[in-house]
Design a protein around this ligand. Structure first.
Ligand code: GCU
Length: 609
């Protein structure tokens, strides 16, 4: 390794070390920003692209804290002072939004980009103020008025910082260094089949709350119950033992309990509620109030459980007619984030006949979860424990646990969300099994009302001209629902080989075939044996569906994938052009032949059930 490489290695490690010392300052996550007093900071932010992190470290790899540090936003006080950066004369990027699709020069960019947003804010004396980010990929170091607030790691979950004692009435400057460089100890690790979109990818808001406020709450039917509503409310502030009331006016429900010394108010009550389901996605106005704060939310109530190989929604067996979705923006490409993006993607899924979607491979936006609540689409949520994570690395485990915790905290009041997935296509091994068992345990203990799964990969055995696929991954024993990815007819064999394949599992649990499919370019037609033609994909789906129908313990399918999405692994010119073409629709929503094959299957299932 030469000197140059050494100094780069030292400086990035130093940045990470510096940044990680600040990590502890992330504030407790405030739930349901939409139900609070907020000021939105979205829009055009000035940005500095900083591939060598000159805004953070000196040429001798020392962390900067003087005026040369970009977070100081220093302006020369006289013509002779040397200052080599200037946010206000730098170009802007839209927030929320990935930087890759906003500037051609940044399409492949991985590294640091600094963002600056100025704002005025007159904060009433008896109020607290937080700055909340929906997400920023991957490492976000946040500064206010020239001082560090802290760092967040993980590109797909929310975080916030308290700025009560830091904000001033005028000329505040919020600076964020976002770095999306990949590293093997991160989650996800260095290798993914999706584009590493960098930036502040979801909305940013100032959130004003009382001194003692309702920071977080969980209100759902108890495990397997539809009448008994149970949960808790967590207060944050100096006066924790306040009275807390949960009201569901439409159902005539009002329950008051006293919070304990930790500010935790636990409650349970019976209520006759119209249950949430895809057919009738009933949401109730729910008011949570304490003596000093009040938050309103829209919540649906339903129960989800397994019984043998069945999945029961509100006590009745269901089949999850699904499709996998990446958070790729329809029509314009880039990281999706808005209600419109969610409505479009879920609209196409509903056209397919779906009552379920697998949001792969990371937590999608809160807008998507709330849209699924409204549109009556059940959801499989997932953390990006994907392929070859560093199973033995305790920091990697803590990181994965943190991302899972943030996903659950954000979404556990969404009726649509029925399954937490802790991993995708991870190689079986003792260290991996231990790692995943910790995540499964965490999901079960922090939210016993939902199911836990993972996308596994089966084993196959050949006898004569017959193949048996066996789902016997040891982690299957710890899951509530088995997920399995297979690419018969694409990465292995021909589509018609599925006709001679049967499936068995050792677990007596429901199976969701969480991935299957093949690539096709919309409008490319030809022989059914010709790769990337619509006919090939169509034929593959025909044989897949025939095979799936023969699996006795199959209770759901989420083929790969609703829409073509950008991927650095797909380089075939004129066909892939850095897009994975396994979508059933093109990025413009044009439906490929296979779309109608799956739609036919789901129509059949829908009438049958
Ligand atoms: C894998 C993986 C996906 C990937 C897909 C594919 O199974 O889970 O992330 O995109 O296969 O190869 O298209």
């Amino acid at each position: 390794m030469n000197l140059f490489a050494t100094s780069i290695f030292v400086c990035t490690t130093l940045i990470f070390a510096f940044a990680s010392t600040a990590a502890a300052q992330v504030a407790p996550l405030i739930a349901n920003i939409g139900g609070r007093q907020t000021a939105n900071l979205d829009g055009e932010w000035h940005t500095i692209v900083d591939p060598y992190d000159v805004g953070s470290v000196s040429y001798h790899a020392k962390a900067l804290a003087d005026n040369s540090a970009f977070f100081k936003d220093h302006k020369p006080v006289n013509p002779s002072e040397l200052v080599e950066y200037d946010f206000d004369r730098s170009p802007t990027l839209r927030v929320p939004g990935d930087w890759n699709t906003q500037r051609e020069t940044l399409l492949f960019y991985e590294g640091s980009v600094w963002y600056k947003r100025s704002f005025d804010y007159s904060k009433p004396a008896n109020k607290r103020l937080f700055v909340h980010f929906g997400a920023a990929n991957y490492l976000a170091d946040v500064y206010l008025n020239g001082e560090p607030l802290g760092q967040h790691e993980g590109g797909f979950t929310p975080f916030d910082f308290e700025i009560t004692d830091r904000v001033r009435p005028r000329d505040n400057f919020l600076i964020v260094r976002v770095n999306n460089r990949r590293s093997k100890e991160f989650v996800p690790t260095v290798n993914t089949d999706w584009w590493n979109y960098g930036g502040i990818t979801r909305p940013v808001n100032l959130v004003e709350v009382p001194e003692t406020f309702i920071q977080h709450y969980f209100i759902q039917p108890g495990k397997g119950s539809t009448r008994q509503i149970a949960g808790w409310v967590q207060l944050n502030g100096p006066r924790l033992q306040e009275k807390v009331t949960v009201r569901i006016p439409e159902a005539g429900v009002s329950k008051t309990v006293e919070a304990d010394a930790r500010g935790r108010a636990e409650f349970s009550f019976n209520a006759d509620l119209t249950l949430w389901s895809p057919e009738s996605p009933k949401l109730y106005d729910v008011e949570i109030s304490s003596e000093t704060d009040k938050v309103a939310d829209r919540i649906g109530f339903r129960s989800i459980q397994t019984q043998g190989t069945d999945i029961l929604l509100n006590g009745k067996p269901i089949f999850l007619r699904g499709v996998s979705i990446h958070e790729e923006a329809p029509m314009r490409s880039g990281r999706a984030w808005s209600e419109d993006d969610a409505r479009t993607l879920l609209g196409w899924a509903k056209e397919l006949g779906c009552n379920f979607v697998r949001l792969a491979h990371y937590p999608h936006s809160e807008a998507m979860l709330r849209m699924a609540d409204q549109m009556g689409v059940m959801v499989w949520g997932e953390v990006p424990v994907y392929w070859t994570i560093e199973w033995e690395n305790p920091a990697t485990l803590r990181n994965a646990q943190n991302q899972l915790g943030e996903m659950i905290a954000r979404d556990h009041n969404r009726a649509a969300l029925i399954i937490y997935s802790v991993a995708n296509e991870t190689p079986i091994g003792e260290a991996r099994n231990r790692f995943l068992r910790q995540l499964i345990g965490q999901a079960h203990s922090s939210d016993p009302t939902r199911l836990v799964s993972a996308a596994l990969q089966n084993k196959s055995s050949f006898r004569a001209n017959h193949v048996t696929m066996t789902i016997d991954d040891p982690i299957g024993a710890d899951l509530d629902v088995l997920g399995n990815n297979e690419y018969i007819g694409w990465y292995g064999g021909r589509p018609e080989d599925a006709d001679a394949i049967d499936w068995v599992s050792n677990y007596g649990k429901p199976l969701i075939m969480s991935e299957f499919g093949g690539g096709a370019v919309f409008g490319r037609h030809g022989d059914a044996n010709a790769r990337f033609t619509e006919e090939y994909q169509q034929n593959l789906y025909v044989h897949q569906i025939a095979m799936l129908k023969r699996i006795s313990f199959l209770r759901g399918t989420t083929p790969w994938i609703l829409m073509d999405f950008r991927s650095p692994r797909r380089t075939l010119p004129g066909i892939q052009d850095y897009f994975n073409r396994k979508g059933l629709v093109s990025p413009q929503g044009e439906k490929k032949e296979a779309f109608f094959v799956l739609q036919g299957f789901y129509r059949e299932l829908n009438t049958a059930h």
